[in-house]
Design a protein around this ligand. Structure first.
Ligand code: NAD
Length: 422
Protein backbone atom coordinates (compact mmCIF):
# COMPACT_ATOMS: atom_id res chain seq x y z
CA UNK A 1 0.00 0.00 0.00
CA UNK A 2 1.36 3.40 -0.94
CA UNK A 3 1.58 5.80 1.98
CA UNK A 4 1.55 9.57 1.79
CA UNK A 5 4.78 11.48 2.36
CA UNK A 6 2.58 14.29 3.71
CA UNK A 7 3.59 13.76 7.35
CA UNK A 8 2.04 16.83 8.92
CA UNK A 9 3.72 17.87 12.16
CA UNK A 10 6.71 15.56 11.61
CA UNK A 11 9.02 18.38 12.68
CA UNK A 12 7.33 18.57 16.10
CA UNK A 13 8.01 14.92 16.97
CA UNK A 14 10.90 13.46 18.95
CA UNK A 15 13.55 11.20 17.39
CA UNK A 16 11.81 7.93 18.42
CA UNK A 17 8.44 9.06 17.04
CA UNK A 18 10.00 10.23 13.79
CA UNK A 19 11.84 6.93 13.40
CA UNK A 20 8.63 4.99 14.17
CA UNK A 21 6.85 6.86 11.38
CA UNK A 22 9.70 6.31 8.91
CA UNK A 23 9.82 2.64 9.93
CA UNK A 24 6.16 2.04 9.22
CA UNK A 25 6.09 4.29 6.13
CA UNK A 26 9.02 2.50 4.50
CA UNK A 27 8.50 -0.94 6.14
CA UNK A 28 12.03 -0.98 7.54
CA UNK A 29 13.51 -3.68 9.75
CA UNK A 30 15.10 -3.12 13.17
CA UNK A 31 18.69 -3.30 11.84
CA UNK A 32 17.95 -0.47 9.42
CA UNK A 33 16.43 1.63 12.18
CA UNK A 34 19.50 0.95 14.33
CA UNK A 35 21.79 2.17 11.53
CA UNK A 36 19.73 5.35 11.27
CA UNK A 37 19.47 5.94 15.00
CA UNK A 38 23.08 5.33 15.84
CA UNK A 39 24.77 8.43 14.49
CA UNK A 40 28.15 6.73 14.73
CA UNK A 41 27.07 3.72 12.68
CA UNK A 42 30.51 3.29 11.15
CA UNK A 43 32.66 0.79 13.06
CA UNK A 44 36.33 1.77 13.15
CA UNK A 45 37.52 -1.20 11.12
CA UNK A 46 35.26 0.01 8.28
CA UNK A 47 36.42 3.63 8.67
CA UNK A 48 39.97 2.36 8.55
CA UNK A 49 39.28 0.54 5.29
CA UNK A 50 37.50 3.49 3.66
CA UNK A 51 40.21 6.12 4.20
CA UNK A 52 43.90 6.29 5.02
CA UNK A 53 45.31 7.34 8.41
CA UNK A 54 41.83 7.03 9.94
CA UNK A 55 41.31 8.30 13.48
CA UNK A 56 37.51 8.28 13.79
CA UNK A 57 34.27 9.41 12.17
CA UNK A 58 32.62 12.76 11.52
CA UNK A 59 28.86 12.78 11.93
CA UNK A 60 26.65 14.95 9.73
CA UNK A 61 22.94 15.44 10.62
CA UNK A 62 20.50 13.24 8.69
CA UNK A 63 16.90 14.41 8.29
CA UNK A 64 13.80 13.51 6.31
CA UNK A 65 12.17 15.84 3.80
CA UNK A 66 8.43 15.13 3.73
CA UNK A 67 5.69 15.84 1.18
CA UNK A 68 7.59 14.80 -1.96
CA UNK A 69 5.69 13.10 -4.76
CA UNK A 70 8.08 11.93 -7.47
CA UNK A 71 6.82 10.20 -10.61
CA UNK A 72 3.54 9.45 -8.85
CA UNK A 73 5.13 7.96 -5.72
CA UNK A 74 5.07 9.50 -2.26
CA UNK A 75 8.71 9.32 -1.18
CA UNK A 76 10.41 10.28 2.06
CA UNK A 77 13.77 11.87 1.28
CA UNK A 78 16.76 11.25 3.57
CA UNK A 79 19.10 14.25 3.42
CA UNK A 80 22.53 14.50 5.05
CA UNK A 81 23.53 18.12 5.57
CA UNK A 82 24.96 20.37 8.26
CA UNK A 83 23.02 23.40 6.96
CA UNK A 84 19.79 24.45 8.65
CA UNK A 85 16.67 25.27 6.57
CA UNK A 86 17.61 22.97 3.67
CA UNK A 87 15.41 20.01 4.65
CA UNK A 88 12.51 22.24 5.71
CA UNK A 89 12.68 24.13 2.39
CA UNK A 90 12.34 20.91 0.38
CA UNK A 91 9.33 19.77 2.43
CA UNK A 92 7.63 23.18 2.14
CA UNK A 93 8.20 23.42 -1.57
CA UNK A 94 6.99 19.87 -2.16
CA UNK A 95 3.79 20.63 -0.23
CA UNK A 96 3.05 23.49 -2.62
CA UNK A 97 3.10 21.29 -5.75
CA UNK A 98 1.33 18.17 -4.49
CA UNK A 99 -1.94 19.27 -6.13
CA UNK A 100 -0.27 19.31 -9.56
CA UNK A 101 1.20 15.83 -9.07
CA UNK A 102 4.59 16.75 -7.61
CA UNK A 103 7.76 16.14 -9.58
CA UNK A 104 8.27 14.23 -12.82
CA UNK A 105 11.71 12.95 -13.74
CA UNK A 106 13.78 11.25 -16.42
CA UNK A 107 17.40 10.27 -17.01
CA UNK A 108 19.18 10.50 -20.37
CA UNK A 109 21.13 7.29 -19.76
CA UNK A 110 23.71 5.68 -17.51
CA UNK A 111 26.78 6.21 -19.68
CA UNK A 112 30.06 7.55 -18.35
CA UNK A 113 33.02 8.88 -20.32
CA UNK A 114 36.63 7.85 -19.71
CA UNK A 115 39.32 9.97 -21.33
CA UNK A 116 42.70 8.83 -22.62
CA UNK A 117 45.11 11.60 -23.57
CA UNK A 118 47.65 10.88 -26.33
CA UNK A 119 50.58 13.26 -26.75
CA UNK A 120 53.74 13.56 -28.90
CA UNK A 121 51.84 13.20 -32.16
CA UNK A 122 52.83 15.10 -35.30
CA UNK A 123 49.86 13.61 -37.21
CA UNK A 124 46.83 13.82 -34.88
CA UNK A 125 44.26 13.46 -37.68
CA UNK A 126 45.81 10.20 -38.89
CA UNK A 127 46.03 8.99 -35.29
CA UNK A 128 42.35 9.79 -34.82
CA UNK A 129 41.41 7.78 -37.90
CA UNK A 130 43.56 4.84 -36.79
CA UNK A 131 41.82 4.71 -33.39
CA UNK A 132 38.34 4.93 -34.90
CA UNK A 133 39.19 1.98 -37.19
CA UNK A 134 39.70 -0.19 -34.09
CA UNK A 135 36.29 0.33 -32.48
CA UNK A 136 35.41 -3.37 -32.35
CA UNK A 137 38.76 -4.31 -30.85
CA UNK A 138 38.48 -1.44 -28.35
CA UNK A 139 35.02 -2.63 -27.31
CA UNK A 140 36.41 -6.13 -26.68
CA UNK A 141 39.34 -4.85 -24.61
CA UNK A 142 37.05 -2.64 -22.48
CA UNK A 143 34.38 -5.27 -21.98
CA UNK A 144 36.94 -7.88 -20.93
CA UNK A 145 37.82 -5.60 -17.97
CA UNK A 146 34.44 -5.96 -16.27
CA UNK A 147 32.53 -9.22 -16.86
CA UNK A 148 30.12 -8.36 -14.00
CA UNK A 149 29.10 -5.15 -15.73
CA UNK A 150 28.63 -6.97 -19.05
CA UNK A 151 26.45 -9.61 -17.37
CA UNK A 152 24.27 -6.79 -16.04
CA UNK A 153 23.77 -5.37 -19.53
CA UNK A 154 26.39 -2.62 -19.29
CA UNK A 155 29.77 -2.16 -20.94
CA UNK A 156 31.37 -0.33 -23.86
CA UNK A 157 28.89 1.62 -25.98
CA UNK A 158 30.74 4.06 -28.19
CA UNK A 159 34.01 5.73 -29.11
CA UNK A 160 34.79 9.38 -29.73
CA UNK A 161 38.18 10.74 -30.73
CA UNK A 162 38.72 14.46 -30.34
CA UNK A 163 41.64 16.65 -31.33
CA UNK A 164 42.10 19.54 -28.96
CA UNK A 165 44.41 22.52 -29.32
CA UNK A 166 46.48 23.25 -26.24
CA UNK A 167 49.47 25.37 -25.27
CA UNK A 168 51.57 22.22 -25.76
CA UNK A 169 50.18 21.74 -29.28
CA UNK A 170 47.42 19.46 -30.59
CA UNK A 171 46.46 16.42 -28.52
CA UNK A 172 44.30 13.44 -29.30
CA UNK A 173 41.73 12.65 -26.63
CA UNK A 174 39.95 9.32 -26.84
CA UNK A 175 36.56 9.06 -25.15
CA UNK A 176 35.39 5.62 -24.10
CA UNK A 177 31.65 5.72 -23.58
CA UNK A 178 30.61 3.03 -21.18
CA UNK A 179 27.23 2.10 -19.74
CA UNK A 180 27.91 1.59 -16.03
CA UNK A 181 24.28 0.70 -15.14
CA UNK A 182 23.71 1.08 -11.40
CA UNK A 183 27.33 1.99 -10.59
CA UNK A 184 28.71 5.52 -10.60
CA UNK A 185 31.39 3.82 -12.65
CA UNK A 186 34.60 5.73 -11.90
CA UNK A 187 36.61 2.64 -11.04
CA UNK A 188 34.98 0.65 -13.81
CA UNK A 189 35.85 3.11 -16.61
CA UNK A 190 39.25 4.07 -15.19
CA UNK A 191 40.28 0.40 -15.34
CA UNK A 192 39.17 0.24 -18.99
CA UNK A 193 41.07 3.44 -19.86
CA UNK A 194 44.26 2.20 -18.18
CA UNK A 195 44.03 -1.21 -19.85
CA UNK A 196 43.43 0.23 -23.31
CA UNK A 197 45.98 3.08 -23.20
CA UNK A 198 49.15 1.10 -24.18
CA UNK A 199 47.31 -0.19 -27.26
CA UNK A 200 46.44 3.38 -28.26
CA UNK A 201 50.14 4.33 -28.07
CA UNK A 202 51.02 1.28 -30.15
CA UNK A 203 48.42 2.05 -32.84
CA UNK A 204 49.04 5.81 -33.11
CA UNK A 205 52.81 6.07 -32.47
CA UNK A 206 52.06 8.66 -29.79
CA UNK A 207 52.42 8.42 -26.03
CA UNK A 208 49.44 7.80 -23.77
CA UNK A 209 49.32 10.10 -20.80
CA UNK A 210 46.27 10.72 -18.54
CA UNK A 211 43.63 7.96 -18.26
CA UNK A 212 40.65 8.95 -16.14
CA UNK A 213 36.89 9.44 -16.27
CA UNK A 214 35.34 12.83 -16.94
CA UNK A 215 33.06 14.16 -14.23
CA UNK A 216 31.23 16.13 -16.90
CA UNK A 217 28.79 13.21 -17.14
CA UNK A 218 26.66 14.74 -19.89
CA UNK A 219 25.44 11.33 -21.06
CA UNK A 220 23.90 10.80 -17.66
CA UNK A 221 21.71 13.87 -17.34
CA UNK A 222 18.84 13.79 -14.85
CA UNK A 223 15.81 16.01 -15.37
CA UNK A 224 12.95 17.01 -13.11
CA UNK A 225 9.96 19.28 -13.56
CA UNK A 226 7.05 20.54 -11.47
CA UNK A 227 4.25 23.11 -11.64
CA UNK A 228 3.30 25.43 -8.80
CA UNK A 229 -0.14 26.96 -9.09
CA UNK A 230 -0.14 30.74 -8.80
CA UNK A 231 -2.91 30.79 -6.20
CA UNK A 232 -1.10 28.21 -4.04
CA UNK A 233 2.15 30.15 -3.92
CA UNK A 234 0.57 33.56 -3.30
CA UNK A 235 -0.57 34.89 -6.66
CA UNK A 236 0.65 36.31 -9.96
CA UNK A 237 2.98 38.80 -8.32
CA UNK A 238 4.96 36.01 -6.67
CA UNK A 239 5.09 34.12 -9.97
CA UNK A 240 6.55 37.24 -11.60
CA UNK A 241 8.95 37.74 -8.69
CA UNK A 242 10.29 34.20 -9.04
CA UNK A 243 10.58 34.65 -12.82
CA UNK A 244 12.66 37.81 -12.36
CA UNK A 245 14.87 36.03 -9.81
CA UNK A 246 15.38 33.05 -12.13
CA UNK A 247 16.15 35.27 -15.12
CA UNK A 248 18.72 37.16 -13.02
CA UNK A 249 20.48 33.86 -12.25
CA UNK A 250 20.52 32.79 -15.88
CA UNK A 251 22.00 36.10 -17.00
CA UNK A 252 24.62 36.72 -14.32
CA UNK A 253 27.34 34.28 -13.20
CA UNK A 254 27.69 35.99 -9.80
CA UNK A 255 24.05 35.23 -9.07
CA UNK A 256 24.09 31.87 -10.91
CA UNK A 257 26.83 30.55 -8.61
CA UNK A 258 24.64 31.10 -5.54
CA UNK A 259 21.49 29.94 -7.34
CA UNK A 260 23.20 26.68 -8.31
CA UNK A 261 24.70 26.35 -4.83
CA UNK A 262 21.13 26.30 -3.51
CA UNK A 263 20.26 23.53 -5.98
CA UNK A 264 23.29 21.56 -4.76
CA UNK A 265 22.14 22.03 -1.13
CA UNK A 266 19.44 19.54 -2.07
CA UNK A 267 21.34 17.36 -4.53
CA UNK A 268 24.47 16.99 -2.39
CA UNK A 269 22.44 16.14 0.72
CA UNK A 270 20.81 13.20 -1.11
CA UNK A 271 24.19 12.27 -2.63
CA UNK A 272 25.85 12.16 0.78
CA UNK A 273 22.95 10.34 2.45
CA UNK A 274 23.26 7.55 -0.11
CA UNK A 275 27.04 7.23 0.24
CA UNK A 276 27.74 8.71 -3.18
CA UNK A 277 30.58 11.01 -4.23
CA UNK A 278 29.47 14.61 -3.57
CA UNK A 279 32.54 16.11 -5.30
CA UNK A 280 31.85 14.16 -8.48
CA UNK A 281 28.26 15.40 -8.55
CA UNK A 282 29.25 19.00 -7.75
CA UNK A 283 32.01 19.05 -10.40
CA UNK A 284 29.64 17.64 -13.02
CA UNK A 285 26.90 20.14 -12.19
CA UNK A 286 29.10 23.22 -12.37
CA UNK A 287 30.89 22.09 -15.55
CA UNK A 288 27.46 21.44 -17.12
CA UNK A 289 26.26 24.88 -16.01
CA UNK A 290 29.15 26.40 -17.98
CA UNK A 291 28.78 24.20 -21.09
CA UNK A 292 27.65 27.09 -23.33
CA UNK A 293 30.83 29.01 -22.52
CA UNK A 294 29.10 31.08 -19.86
CA UNK A 295 28.21 29.87 -16.35
CA UNK A 296 24.40 29.74 -16.18
CA UNK A 297 21.52 28.51 -14.08
CA UNK A 298 20.86 24.76 -13.93
CA UNK A 299 17.11 25.39 -13.65
CA UNK A 300 14.48 27.07 -15.83
CA UNK A 301 11.24 28.77 -14.88
CA UNK A 302 8.35 29.61 -17.21
CA UNK A 303 4.78 30.80 -16.86
CA UNK A 304 2.24 28.27 -18.14
CA UNK A 305 -0.74 29.38 -20.31
CA UNK A 306 -2.84 29.25 -17.09
CA UNK A 307 -0.47 31.66 -15.34
CA UNK A 308 1.14 29.02 -13.11
CA UNK A 309 4.86 28.57 -12.55
CA UNK A 310 6.60 25.68 -14.31
CA UNK A 311 10.07 24.82 -13.04
CA UNK A 312 12.51 22.36 -14.57
CA UNK A 313 16.08 21.31 -14.00
CA UNK A 314 18.69 19.33 -15.90
CA UNK A 315 22.11 18.31 -14.59
CA UNK A 316 24.58 15.42 -14.76
CA UNK A 317 23.83 12.86 -12.07
CA UNK A 318 26.46 10.12 -11.79
CA UNK A 319 24.92 8.42 -8.77
CA UNK A 320 25.36 4.74 -7.98
CA UNK A 321 23.52 2.11 -5.99
CA UNK A 322 26.61 -0.12 -5.84
CA UNK A 323 30.29 0.64 -5.47
CA UNK A 324 32.11 3.34 -3.52
CA UNK A 325 30.85 3.83 0.02
CA UNK A 326 27.22 3.14 -0.91
CA UNK A 327 27.39 -0.61 -0.50
CA UNK A 328 29.45 -0.64 2.70
CA UNK A 329 28.05 2.29 4.70
CA UNK A 330 25.16 1.05 6.86
CA UNK A 331 23.44 4.45 6.99
CA UNK A 332 23.70 4.83 3.20
CA UNK A 333 22.04 1.43 2.85
CA UNK A 334 19.31 2.47 5.27
CA UNK A 335 18.74 5.68 3.27
CA UNK A 336 18.37 3.71 0.03
CA UNK A 337 15.75 1.58 1.80
CA UNK A 338 13.86 4.71 2.89
CA UNK A 339 13.88 5.95 -0.71
CA UNK A 340 12.73 2.51 -1.87
CA UNK A 341 14.78 2.80 -5.07
CA UNK A 342 16.00 -0.17 -7.06
CA UNK A 343 18.02 1.60 -9.76
CA UNK A 344 20.53 4.42 -10.16
CA UNK A 345 18.12 5.97 -12.67
CA UNK A 346 15.38 6.31 -10.02
CA UNK A 347 17.86 7.67 -7.50
CA UNK A 348 19.14 10.23 -10.02
CA UNK A 349 15.63 11.49 -10.76
CA UNK A 350 14.95 11.87 -7.05
CA UNK A 351 18.14 13.90 -6.53
CA UNK A 352 17.25 16.18 -9.44
CA UNK A 353 13.73 16.68 -8.03
CA UNK A 354 15.17 17.55 -4.61
CA UNK A 355 17.51 20.05 -6.31
CA UNK A 356 14.55 21.70 -8.04
CA UNK A 357 12.53 21.74 -4.81
CA UNK A 358 15.38 23.39 -2.95
CA UNK A 359 15.81 25.90 -5.76
CA UNK A 360 12.12 26.88 -5.82
CA UNK A 361 12.16 27.29 -2.02
CA UNK A 362 15.16 29.61 -2.14
CA UNK A 363 13.80 31.64 -5.07
CA UNK A 364 10.43 32.08 -3.42
CA UNK A 365 12.01 33.21 -0.16
CA UNK A 366 14.39 35.57 -1.97
CA UNK A 367 11.62 37.02 -4.09
CA UNK A 368 9.37 37.64 -1.06
CA UNK A 369 10.50 37.90 2.57
CA UNK A 370 14.22 37.33 1.90
CA UNK A 371 16.27 34.32 2.87
CA UNK A 372 17.20 35.42 6.36
CA UNK A 373 13.78 35.23 7.98
CA UNK A 374 13.48 31.47 7.66
CA UNK A 375 17.16 30.76 7.78
CA UNK A 376 18.02 32.83 10.80
CA UNK A 377 15.33 31.31 13.01
CA UNK A 378 17.11 27.98 12.69
CA UNK A 379 20.56 29.52 12.56
CA UNK A 380 19.80 31.29 15.86
CA UNK A 381 19.83 27.93 17.59
CA UNK A 382 23.33 27.18 16.27
CA UNK A 383 24.50 30.62 17.43
CA UNK A 384 22.97 29.95 20.85
CA UNK A 385 24.81 26.62 21.11
CA UNK A 386 28.08 28.26 19.99
CA UNK A 387 27.56 30.85 22.77
CA UNK A 388 27.38 28.04 25.33
CA UNK A 389 23.61 27.49 25.71
CA UNK A 390 22.58 23.96 26.69
CA UNK A 391 19.25 22.12 26.99
CA UNK A 392 16.23 24.43 27.33
CA UNK A 393 18.49 27.47 27.18
CA UNK A 394 19.04 26.94 23.44
CA UNK A 395 15.42 27.64 22.43
CA UNK A 396 15.14 30.51 24.94
CA UNK A 397 18.29 32.27 23.75
CA UNK A 398 17.35 31.70 20.09
CA UNK A 399 13.84 33.09 20.68
CA UNK A 400 15.12 36.20 22.45
CA UNK A 401 17.60 36.87 19.64
CA UNK A 402 14.82 36.40 17.07
CA UNK A 403 12.56 38.79 19.04
CA UNK A 404 15.38 41.33 19.10
CA UNK A 405 15.95 40.69 15.36
CA UNK A 406 19.68 40.42 16.09
CA UNK A 407 21.27 37.01 15.78
CA UNK A 408 24.89 37.31 16.84
CA UNK A 409 27.14 35.39 19.16
CA UNK A 410 27.85 38.39 21.45
CA UNK A 411 24.08 38.98 21.78
CA UNK A 412 23.55 35.28 22.53
CA UNK A 413 26.26 35.40 25.20
CA UNK A 414 24.74 38.38 26.98
CA UNK A 415 21.22 36.84 26.84
CA UNK A 416 22.70 33.66 28.30
CA UNK A 417 24.37 35.58 31.13
CA UNK A 418 21.10 37.35 32.01
CA UNK A 419 19.12 34.08 31.78
CA UNK A 420 21.51 32.34 34.15
CA UNK A 421 21.52 35.26 36.57
CA UNK A 422 17.73 35.21 36.64
P1 NAD B 1 33.09 0.12 -7.81
O1 NAD B 1 34.25 -0.24 -8.68
O2 NAD B 1 33.29 -0.06 -6.35
O3 NAD B 1 31.80 -0.72 -8.24
C1 NAD B 1 31.39 -0.82 -9.58
C2 NAD B 1 31.45 -2.27 -10.03
O4 NAD B 1 30.45 -3.01 -9.34
C3 NAD B 1 31.13 -2.43 -11.49
O5 NAD B 1 32.28 -2.19 -12.27
C4 NAD B 1 30.62 -3.86 -11.56
O6 NAD B 1 31.67 -4.76 -11.75
C5 NAD B 1 30.04 -4.09 -10.17
N1 NAD B 1 28.55 -4.12 -10.13
C6 NAD B 1 27.82 -4.92 -9.31
N2 NAD B 1 26.51 -4.70 -9.47
C7 NAD B 1 26.39 -3.72 -10.40
C8 NAD B 1 25.27 -3.04 -10.99
N3 NAD B 1 24.01 -3.32 -10.67
N4 NAD B 1 25.52 -2.07 -11.90
C9 NAD B 1 26.78 -1.76 -12.24
N5 NAD B 1 27.87 -2.38 -11.73
C10 NAD B 1 27.69 -3.35 -10.79
O7 NAD B 1 32.60 1.60 -7.99
P2 NAD B 1 32.48 2.56 -9.23
O8 NAD B 1 31.04 2.93 -9.34
O9 NAD B 1 33.16 2.04 -10.45
O10 NAD B 1 33.31 3.83 -8.68
C11 NAD B 1 32.78 4.70 -7.72
C12 NAD B 1 33.86 5.16 -6.77
O11 NAD B 1 34.97 5.71 -7.49
C13 NAD B 1 33.39 6.24 -5.84
O12 NAD B 1 33.78 5.89 -4.53
C14 NAD B 1 34.17 7.48 -6.29
O13 NAD B 1 34.39 8.34 -5.19
C15 NAD B 1 35.43 6.88 -6.80
N6 NAD B 1 36.23 7.65 -7.76
C16 NAD B 1 35.79 8.82 -8.32
C17 NAD B 1 36.56 9.51 -9.24
C18 NAD B 1 36.04 10.78 -9.86
O14 NAD B 1 34.87 11.11 -9.69
N7 NAD B 1 36.83 11.54 -10.61
C19 NAD B 1 37.82 9.00 -9.59
C20 NAD B 1 38.24 7.79 -9.02
C21 NAD B 1 37.44 7.12 -8.11
Amino acid sequence: MQRSSRLSGFYQLGQEERLDLVKSHCELDDATIKALKDSSALPFDLVNRLVENAIGGFTVPLGIATNMIIDGQDILIPMATEESSVIAAVGNTAKQCRETGGFFTSLSGTEMIAQVQIINLSDPWSARAKVLERKTEIAEICNACDPVLIKLGGGFRDLEVRIIDTRSGPMVVVHLIVDTRDAMGANAVNTMAETLAPKLSEWTGGKHHLRILSNLADRRVARARAVWQAETIGGAEIVQGIMAAADFADADPYRAATHNKGIMNGVSAVTLATGNDTRAIEAGAHAFAARTGRYRSLSHYEVTPEGNLAGSIELPMALGMVGGATKVHPTAQACLKILGVTSAAQLSGIAAAVGLAQNFGALKALATVGIQQGHMALHAQNVAIAAGAVGDEIALVAQRMADAKTIRQDVAESILVSLRQA
